[in-house]
Design a protein around this ligand. Structure first.
Ligand SMILES: CC(C)(COP(=O)(O)OP(=O)(O)OC[C@H]1O[C@@H](n2cnc3c(N)ncnc32)[C@H](O)[C@@H]1OP(=O)(O)O)[C@@H](O)C(=O)NCCC(=O)NCCS
Length: 180
């Protein structure tokens, strides 16, 4: 599966993306919210991502620069059976912040989720001090649903409901994504 947006390509992450992800996770800006993940931990995480894709038909995806094909981050959906929810997450290499790439990728995934999954709403779990990530959620039209704990850390769970999509979509008049 591949989703094309105006400036990006989204496709399933695989173990072949390990080196590119290691570079992103070696930056202090990303480690601030994900901690330090070494090569083995990221490889384990990618193995679970591959299992999610095989089991669910969707999962965490690479964000590629549409012009060059270079991996600049990741965004995608993950089903959390323990919450009965499907979560949308995003990470960009710091050099690609400030251009709207996370919002563009996440917007495409919200659209894909509501068009392809039988879910009433999608969530994003965000640390209260992660102001850039909260801004992405707000640009998508997400609002705070509740506070919760994720891996021992307090998070605010943001959500967008099927009913409010696409009325709150900032790009609803564009043609940002064409799943193919
Ligand atoms: C969270 C994260 C992905 C947000 O990145 P970001 O670059 O701030 O978000 P976007 O890519 O949507 O870009 C928004 C910025 O681009 C600007 N922008 C430019 N063109 C834009 C466009 N076409 N559409 C939207 N925004 C645009 C916005 O004004 C905003 O500018 P700002 O830097 O002044 O706030 C990034 O900070 C990150 O990877 N953080 C570390 C990992 C992390 O915390 N992930 C989330 C865990 S919950």
């Amino acid at each position: 599966m591949r989703i094309n947006t105006n400036r990006l390509q989204l496709r399933p992450l695989t173990i072949a993306d390990l080196d590119a992800l290691l570079i992103i996770h070696s930056s202090a800006e990303v480690q601030r919210f994900f901690g330090i993940l070494d090569r083995a931990e990221l490889a384990d995480w990618l193995a679970r991502v591959e299992e999610d894709w095989a089991q669910d038909g969707y999962g965490r995806a690479a964000i590629l620069d549409g012009a060059t094909g270079r991996l600049i981050g990741r965004a995608g959906l993950k089903r959390f059976p323990e919450y009965g929810e499907t979560e949308l997450g995003w990470v960009l290499e710091p050099g690609s912040w400030g251009h709207g790439f996370a919002t563009e990728a996440a917007h495409a995934w919200v659209r894909w989720g509501f068009e392809n999954l039988d879910v009433p709403y999608l969530t994003s779990m965000i640390a209260p001090e992660n102001t850039r990530s909260i801004a992405v959620a707000q640009r998508l039209g997400m609002t705070a649903l509740r506070t919760d704990m994720l891996l021992g850390e307090a998070v605010t769970v943001y959500s967008i409901s099927r009913n409010s999509w696409p009325s709150t979509s900032p790009n609803r008049n564009e043609d940002p994504s064409q799943p193919c």
